[in-house]
Design a protein around this ligand. Structure first.
Ligand code: PLP
Length: 378
């Protein structure tokens, strides 16, 4: 079995599993309890907070644990919108955001906010001049992702942060795909809010975080107890948080070498496909792209047929984004990049990770051309 769908989710790292299992087996206490059962849980949550903060360069007190990346995006957008509505009602975002941002913005639009969606070019890249020109006296927030989940295109986050700071507008960055793959520095990049998700970086599902920098005002989504400094009520997912912290620590140590290794594998896969299959189009920026991601269209082929045929060979990849599969609509991200629907229909995403090897890439290169040829024949 070959798994090349790491942008959809990742297997839990064995050391992460070891780190969090004791919090199911023994340390069951509630972190809010001050007795012997609660104290180890509280200590572990605070240690994990430091590990997460160290990965993205912020203060541990700025980490708000959530249930997933989607909740972090919702908290950032709805939380800021509610807290800042007296200042203005305009939110600037991009046309290629993850549904967690896209659909939250649609919701806010129905609630009376003005959403400005910036276009991207053929590589999925944002134009900074257009971003700056879109800012008005009514702008309260810029929401732009760090790296795209479908194509891997990386936005110029440092420059976006500088523009936001210059105009005194909050900057929310969905860094779910970038965290653990690219260096992130909330301080240097002037990021006000940053969304993270555990299961995209080898931690378990059901945990995420929103970094809320000091001075950023937002209303909570969940009201209740005073957990997470009143920014997210609810008893903490202690084991998940512990695993998330451990995964961040592992990523911090291995990110640079792993990115280099994965880029080597990704480029081998891309070059091999381009050399052996005709009429293929690569999507995403040629240089500013996540090292593990390869999105390409096989012209004249239905991506889902290709996906199912690869699945029969034990190879797991994705067509469009996992979040929009099950529907026959082609990817809004590729559409925003100006990719024709007929081309987008044949788009497949390979996203690599820790367990992939050169032998696996070569195996894919062995079986893929034959499948494409067969599908093009029918
Ligand atoms: C997966 C993903 C999310 C959502 O994270 P969940 O933890 O699955 O809710 C948000 N943004 C991006 C870019 C993603 O890839």
């Amino acid at each position: 079995m070959i798994y090349m769908d790491y942008n959809a989710t990742t297997p839990v790292h064995p050391e992460v599993l070891e780190a969090f299992l004791p919090f199911y087996r023994h340390h069951f206490g509630n972190p809010s309890s001050i007795h012997w059962a609660g104290r180890p849980a509280k200590g572990a949550v605070e240690a994990a907070r430091e590990q997460v903060a160290a990965l993205v360069h912020c203060d541990p007190a700025e980490v708000v644990f959530t249930s997933c990346g989607s909740e972090a995006d919702n908290l950032a957008l709805k939380g800021v919108a509610a807290a800042q509505r007296h200042r203005g009602k305009q939110i600037i975002t991009t046309s290629v955001e993850h549904p967690a941002v896209l659909n939250t913005c649609l919701y806010l639009e129905r609630e009376g906010y003005e959403i400005t969606r910036l276009e991207v070019d053929r590589d999925g890249m944002l134009d900074l001049d257009r971003l700056e020109a879109a800012i008005t006296g009514q702008t309260i927030l810029i929401s732009a992702m760090y790296a795209n989940n479908e194509t891997g295109t990386i936005f110029p986050v440092r420059e976006i942060g500088a523009i936001a700071a210059r105009h005194r507008v909050y900057f929310h960055c969905d860094a779910v795909q970038a965290a653990g793959r690219l260096p992130i520095d909330c301080r240097e990049q002037q990021i006000g809010l940053l969304a993270l998700s555990g299961h995209k970086l080898q931690a378990p599902k059901g945990v995420g975080a929103l970094i809320v920098r000091k001075g950023v005002k937002l209303h909570p989504l969940l009201h209740g107890g005073s957990q997470e400094r009143n920014r997210r009520a609810g008893t903490e997912n202690v084991a998940g948080i512990v695993g998330f912290g451990k995964a961040c620590e592992i990523a911090r140590g291995s990110m640079v070498s792993e990115a280099e290794r994965l880029q080597g594998l990704r480029d081998r896969l891309q070059d091999g496909i381009l050399a052996n299959v005709a009429n293929v189009q690569v999507h995403g920026h040629p240089a500013w792209r996540l090292p593990n991601t390869l999105n390409l269209s096989f012209l004249g082929v239905e991506a889902d047929s290709l996906l199912l045929n690869l699945d029969l060979q034990g190879i797991a990849v994705s067509s469009g984004s996992a979040c929009s599969s099950g529907t026959l609509k082609s990817s809004p991200v590729l559409a925003a990049m100006g990719v024709a629907p007929a081309v987008a229909k044949g788009s497949l995403r390979f996203s690599l990770g820790r367990e992939n090897s050169e032998a696996e890439v070569d195996h894919v290169l062995q079986v893929l051309p034959g499948i494409v040829e067969r599908l093009r024949g029918v």
